[in-house]
Design a protein around this ligand. Structure first.
Ligand code: UDP
Length: 234
């Protein structure tokens, strides 16, 4: 498929125009960033693994009725996706306490939560993606109550599915981040799941050893990121 001009370049992905109406091409780079862009590296092959893993997950979510932007994977690094207007909120779902949750609230690392916890962060690099509440989202009209409740439920469904899927292959789904976007087709606006779901956006621990199989290998300089992502892909 012929790639059009570059429309947007983010930290780990590039979006190009495509010849098809309302569709764009998402390219997975090998770049890794952490701590609000303060730590950067290129990890050969990461984009290929994330493209494949995200394709698999989004395809499966589609099969259980979770509408998302994936049309098809085109090649090792690229997917054809629906063009969406990204909602500037990161939806974080947590099953086990780690990362910023433990630092912010002093919750003990590894605490298994009684219920999945959903948190919201404003997507704004300059502000360091601050944690926001449901009230902020409604007050500033980033979403209305129906949209927010719908996304909240969708996050729970995604979590239930992913937790079961990973559990079956000996992996704990500790937490993850998802993003949603708006599509405008035939005069109708719809919210769908967008972006990617991969070891870059999830925390995944081996069920028996708690070995980290995700981007924490980069954040914490643990090394062997590619073997860990490959294990997830397998
Ligand atoms: N996450 C992400 N992108 C972000 C922030 C978080 O994909 O910009 C994911 C992260 O990989 C983890 C979850 O969201 O799976 C929760 O992240 P946390 O808030 O603990 O982030 P930390 O600041 O510890 O990286």
């Amino acid at each position: 498929m012929k790639k059009g001009k570059k429309l947007y370049e983010g930290k780990a992905k590039i979006i190009y125009a495509s010849p098809e109406k309302n569709l764009v091409i998402q390219h997975f780079k090998d770049d890794a960033t952490a701590f609000n862009n303060q730590k950067k590296a290129t990890i050969d092959g990461k984009g290929i693994l994330n493209n494949r893993i995200s394709e698999y997950i989004l395809q499966n979510l589609n099969q259980i009725g979770i509408k998302n932007h994936l049309v098809k994977r085109i090649n090792m690094r690229e997917q054809l996706i629906k063009f969406v207007e990204i909602i500037p909120i990161e939806f974080i779902v947590r099953n086990i306490a780690t990362g910023s949750l433990t630092k912010r609230l002093g919750i003990e690392e590894g605490t298994v939560l009684n219920h999945p916890l959903i948190e919201y962060c404003l997507k704004n690099d300059k502000l360091g993606d601050p944690l926001i509440s449901r009230e902020h989202i409604l007050t500033f009209e980033w979403l209305n109550v129906i949209e927010l409740d719908w996304i909240y439920n969708e996050c729970k469904r995604i979590n239930d599915f992913l937790q079961g899927m990973f559990r079956a292959v000996g992996i704990k789904l500790v937490d993850f981040k998802v993003e949603f976007g708006l599509t405008h087709e035939s005069g109708k606006t719809q919210i769908i799941l967008a972006d990617e779901i991969s070891p870059d956006t999830c925390r995944l621990w081996d069920s028996i050893t708690d070995k980290k199989l995700d981007k924490d290998r980069f954040r914490k300089d643990l090394g062997d990121l590619i073997p860990a992502y490959t294990e997830v892909a397998k």
